[in-house]
Design a protein around this ligand. Sequence first.
Ligand SMILES: [Zn+2]
Length: 725
Amino acid sequence: MKRVRVPGALLLAAGLCVPWPRAAAETGATLSTRDTTVRLAAMADAPRLVSLTGQHSPAWKNQAAETLPPWVEREGRRLALHWRLVPGATIEEPQHVAFVYETYRPRLQLTWEWFVRAPFGPVEHTITIRNRSGVELWLPVFDSLRLDWQVPGAARLRNLYIEKGAGAPTNQGTHLDQVPAGYAWTGWSSTFAHPVPSRPREIIPFEAVFAPAGSAEGWFAGIEFSGRTRIALQRTATELTSDLGLDPQPGPVLTRLIPGGAFTAPRVFLGAFRGGPDGAGNQLRPWVRRVLGSPRTWANPEYPYTVNNSWGIGMSINDATARRMIADASALGFEMFHLDAGWFRGVGDWYPDPEKFPNGLAPIAEDAHRHGMRFGLWVDWSQAGIDTEPGALNVHNPTVRDWLVADVGPNWKPQAFKGQTIDLGVPAARDYAAREVERIVTSDHLNMLEHDGYLVAQGCTRADHPHAPPDPAHMQVEHYDGEDIVLSSNSTDVSYHAVEAYYNIYEHLRRAHPDLLFEICNDGGRMVDFGSAAHGDYFSITDSYDPVSNRRAFYDASHVLPPAMLETYVDMWPTPHPANFLYELRSGMMGWLSVMQDTNGWTPEQHQAARRALSLYKTQLRPLIRDAELYHISVRPDGIHWDGIEYWDSSRRRGVIFAFRGSSTDEPRHRFLLAGLSPGKSYRLHFEDGSSKDATANGQQLMQKGLPVVLPQPLTSELIFLTEN
Ligand SMILES: [Zn+2]
């Protein structure tokens, strides 16, 4: 399937590309939510986003028409495309607008669509190209959304973007760049945040640009896809441009269009907001819950669960230790036992190790159920190893070998729980994985399936897969922790196909098991994006588990994703005093709590404190974590100074402040400037640990002078509940 590429410039220079004269709009349409209005126009040769307007804000005017793909390749030759509007195909409905364009030689159809899926928040956009030509074509991948706003030279602007927590949160995590003329920024995301030389830490694919002054109005946009994507933002004296879509590097990125097949650029969302970063978040988080989240998951008032995870014991987990953990965790009030790595025969051989679990995992699941808990399981289900038992995915099996993203040597061995990734974009590999996860879910009686490791490929050495072949002259194969990560001009296309297959597997699994939850882990914090949010229920947001890493990762990701979906693992950490133990627990309790410790090792005092903390979580904190607005009321946690998060639920008129004192020995008091309250209303303050007497204060005081908190010892915490009088 090798293709010979002919430089496009030759054909273009030969006069085959004749631009159409720019025409006036043939038709127009408007789509609105409560917060966002877009005006759209269909010109004869291209569609155009005309403007974006917020509830009360002036319009952002877009200057450029869409650049539709100018060519495709057929048998290595570039064919120039001349797109023409098909007026009769336009769809104009209150929640859906579509303009359709066609080319005739070769015959292609392009649908430029916008959607409204909630009465509030952003609108969404996709572009699909269908191949009606009857022959195989190769399409250069194109951006999902290109913005070209007119901006006055004097306008002050900021760009908010958020890093993934990955192995450990970096020292910044939440970025709030100034955007002067000359500004140029690019953020990248992929299925497995993995350092690429010359590129910074991956981002959650999202940007928010706003004026810092006044009511801090602006716009935000994000990509609902887990594959290799990038967002670029540039400013000149008069223009602010942004490109969102599949990562065009390394290029040239081409994707195969089989006869009758289609390519859909990753769906994006675009919204207008006011109120700066927390204003954007308080609009986006409920929208993610409503539009992307699983309605069935959110209908369960016990979501997010409190979890005890077996990694506290590590790979040495077995039937007896699992039962001991379940018994103690259940008595403490945990709602799910999560069996982490260490339970299986081998990598790719996802059957219980008969020495550790002689009766399999179903009796462990049933033991959890008898104790009133759910049962979750870790699986690295797209990775192959060297086991030879029936059912094992063996790298040397000739069939499996072709699914691997890269060949392995004859003496290759997997790591303890990582092997070589198969490319899910290969239909046979996808079908194997779909059958395998279905078997595991059913035979092991799962309530939750966690996927881990480098699960969804973003690069592949093969030339006979549905994706484009790599460029052998420019291909890197990095051996990373038992897995091979391949980088070549086909990497983006590999990730596109593999992600589509991954989504397909999870959509089927969800239909077959509507109450099954999905944890997206991927080595912790590496696949945190809006496509995963639409296919899973919660994210491991970082692979470091100490209190400061947990709070940092939460501080960052909670700008854009519902806190209920943000899981932090709470690991062992020095806790000489009960207050340090509460500090440790609460650092992982602002969203989804997973305690990764054998609680049998806790002291009687720690048991008592944890029982109380879990009960408080379930009765008082969880409803706020699910439903309340969230405000970042401190600088990002550094572990030295104070930090805090505020939840305020305006419908329940109730909220809570998570207050943390860092390690500094000379800062016993701090004032948190609260947000989201009514200046004229009065609020009762309840200090859960009794660090101050309960009191009453008005909203203006709390928002302008602040809420004083006094904690005499470093590395301690307090929860302050607020109730409107
Ligand atoms: Zn492949």
